[in-house]
Ligand binder design. Structure first.
Ligand code: DGL
Length: 276
């Protein structure tokens, strides 16, 4: 449960929301938060020096995530969103235990949306190898509804394909057809996009899975949950001065800026290098 924020003297409603990811992909979540909560300021940390997280151990992901939480706290954030699925799967529990700030991840919102959406009670999950291995999505869905069957498929090649910008490339279609073969056979009617990068492959995934399979992008649910938490804690931003979001990365700020501008459609003024 989120901690009561008012006991923290340096943080108030006008403090920013911290969001982090292993790299650029978490901007899918930032985009939704900005749309849903246009008055809020965001401090984003992308761990571009250590991306990808998708095949790393829990121990490593927890260590990285702790460091990033420490960095975001120095920016007086009022809550933290772990936009990275891999970090949400492997580190969220530890981070929440150690912090009095509300910290949310993307697994819970995505699982809840999928459990609500499935009619056939068959849900597919595609994610990085570490996220699938953790079993976090499957466990969360079963906790919500034991009768739902869960089918998981790691898709490690999707992240580099997205980073390469091959969002609708024939190679991406071929890889997707291969990865999704078993899921298609299983008859899932709902597919969780359990990785920050996968919403960018919606066209490919739709065409491979067919129009009847609902694709679950947890970003919208996450934004709604952020709003709920801020309202509950009376921490919605009240200041109406113009906003400028802050972007921090652990490597290659110029490269991040170029891609982030494209991704968010502007609004990325400065990207600061922050060593980890
Ligand atoms: N951000 C990661 C995730 O959502 C994908 C990229 C990576 O492997 O670091 O799981």
């Amino acid at each position: 449960m989120p901690a009561v924020l008012s006991v923290m003297p340096t943080i108030d409603a006008n403090s920013p929301i911290g969001v982090f990811d292993s790299g650029l992909g978490g901007l899918t979540v930032v985009k939704q938060i900005i749309q849903f909560l246009p008055n809020e300021q965001i401090v984003y940390f992308g761990d571009t020096a250590r991306v990808p997280y998708g095949a790393k151990s829990a121990e490593t992901i927890i260590r990285y995530s702790r460091q990033i939480v420490g960095i975001l706290r120095k920016h007086r954030v009022k809550m933290i969103v772990v936009a990275c699925n891999t970090a949400s799967a492997l580190a969220l529990e530890v981070l929440c235990k150690e912090s009095r700030l509300p910290i949310i991840g993307v697994i819970g919102p995505g699982a809840t949306k999928a459990a609500r959406s499935t009619k056939r009670r068959k849900v597919g999950i595609i994610a990085t190898s570490s996220t699938v291995r953790s079993g976090a999505y499957a466990a969360r869905i079963r906790r919500l509804d034991k009768t739902i069957q869960v089918f998981s498929q790691p898709c490690p090649l999707f992240v580099p394909l997205v980073e390469e910008g091959w969002l609708d490339h024939e190679v991406t279609h071929t890889v997707a057809r291969e990865y999704l073969k078993a899921l298609k056979k299983s008859g899932v009617d709902t597919l969780i996009l359990g990785c920050t990068h996968y919403p960018l492959l919606k066209n490919v995934l739709h065409s491979v899975m067919g129009p009847k399979v609902m694709l679950i992008d947890s970003a919208e649910e996450v934004a709604a949950q952020v709003r709920r938490i801020l309202i509950e804690n009376q921490m919605l931003r009240t200041r109406l001065s113009p906003l400028s979001h802050k972007f921090l990365v652990s490597d290659e700020p110029q490269n991040f800026k170029r891609l982030a501008q494209r991704f968010l459609g502007g609004g990325v003024k400065e990207v600061h290098l922050c060593h980890v």
